[in-house]
Design a protein around this ligand. Structure first.
Ligand code: AQP
Length: 333
């Protein structure tokens, strides 16, 4: 029998999860957990590379864990934990920083993008974010990393760091592959459709969160920026807003882009937006119901959080010790 692949992916508690996070990541995770050895992590240490309100961060981290379970992740099937609860992540990140070049970090578009949005706080953590991400992935000897297309560059860098380390010493890390699902790979902002939908966008109309009221969802879709030609046709270059809504609708319903174009060929944008809004409301409604029920079960959720951390701790230390030994850090047996 073929061995199960090890899959790792992370998500930041930097706000409430968006439809982009769901269609680009979480929805695929719920499928992958049945087929592979999956590890999913709430990366709170990545979130603090931009300023967070402590009280909000604490609450969002808890809510993120509950949201993942509400979306269908099962702690019996996948390993779910919070990054800061497992010290090996920060430890390996430091070690890998010493094997990562500034030239490589300088090329990262996410750093350029986030530092331009947070010009008052361009900190070293934001800059070395990719080494922490490499540590997250490499600690678990990950084979595959399912992420949205926006993370392609970080995965490439993780591979380069792993190969460099393996070549400098001896094979230590599995060199992971990125896995970029086509459907929902890049959900764009509803207000600036040439930018990806982000949970930390200052304009709340740019994104839809998983916990949003149906009326708010319908309104946000209605207000989504489109164009004036009133034809539901896919053309990313000239009709980015409508193309984004087609992508969202197609990803939720499973219909092809051509079929969506056909379905709305004789209707205007108003009717199409209505259908998109309703599809979003429908897919989020069971998640919201479960979230409401589960958030009240604090003892149960905290127990799951603790168990996740314990399991991740024992798995990650194996790799960390191996790395320390190879580098030449003195260890007492
Ligand atoms: N718009 C998106 N479309 C498709 N996939 C997306 N992802 C994020 N936004 C989209 C995928 O979600 C996973 C978790 O992302 P993250 O929370 O770790 O960080 P991010 O990519 O930086 O997400 P945000 O929402 O943009 O957060 P902020 O605003 O804090 O930076 C990843 O697999 C990502 O590809």
């Amino acid at each position: 029998m073929e061995e199960k692949k090890i899959i790792f992916s992370g998500i930041q508690p930097s706000g409430y999860f968006t439809l982009g996070n769901y269609l680009g990541a979480i929805k695929n995770w719920t499928r992958l957990q049945h087929e592979h050895n999956c590890i999913f992590c709430i990366v709170d240490m990545h979130a603090i590379t931009v300023r967070q309100e402590p009280k909000n961060l604490r609450q969002r981290t808890y809510d993120s864990f509950v949201q993942l379970i509400s979306c269908g992740l099962d702690p019996e099937k996948a390993l779910l934990f919070i990054q800061s609860h497992v010290p090996a992540h920060a430890e390996l990140a430091w070690l890998l920083n010493c094997y990562t070049y500034m030239g490589e970090l300088n090329r990262m578009t996410q750093f350029k993008d986030k530092s331009s949005r947070h010009s008052e706080n361009i900190n070293a953590g934001l800059y070395t974010y990719p080494s922490l991400m490499a540590a997250d992935i490499l600690l678990y000897q990950t084979d595959m990393v399912p992420v949205g297309e926006d993370q392609k560059q970080h995965i490439e860098l993780t591979r380069d760091i792993a190969i460099r380390f393996n070549n400098s010493y001896s094979p230590t890390f599995v060199v992971p592959e990125g896995y970029f699902p086509k459907a929902g790979a890049r959900v764009m902002s509803l207000q600036e459709p040439d930018k990806k939908m982000s949970k930390s966008d200052e304009n709340v109309n740019a994104y839809i969160t998983l916990l949003e009221e149906p009326s708010v969802i319908m309104n946000k879709v209605k207000r989504a920026v489109t164009d004036s030609d009133n034809q539901v046709r896919y053309d990313i270059k000239n009709k980015a807003g409508i193309s984004n809504l087609i992508d969202i609708y197609s990803s939720i319903t499973g219909k092809s882009i051509q079929d969506v174009e056909k379905e709305f060929s004789s209707t205007g944008y108003g009717q199409f937006k209505n259908a998109v809004g309703e599809a979003v409301v429908e897919i989020l409604s069971p998640i919201q119901k479960r979230f409401k029920e589960l958030s009240k079960e604090k003892d149960y959720i905290n127990q799951l959080i603790k168990e996740g951390a314990q399991k991740a701790d024992s798995r990650s230390y194996k790799t960390l010790n191996k790395v320390m030994r190879k580098i030449g850090l003195y260890q007492v047996k």
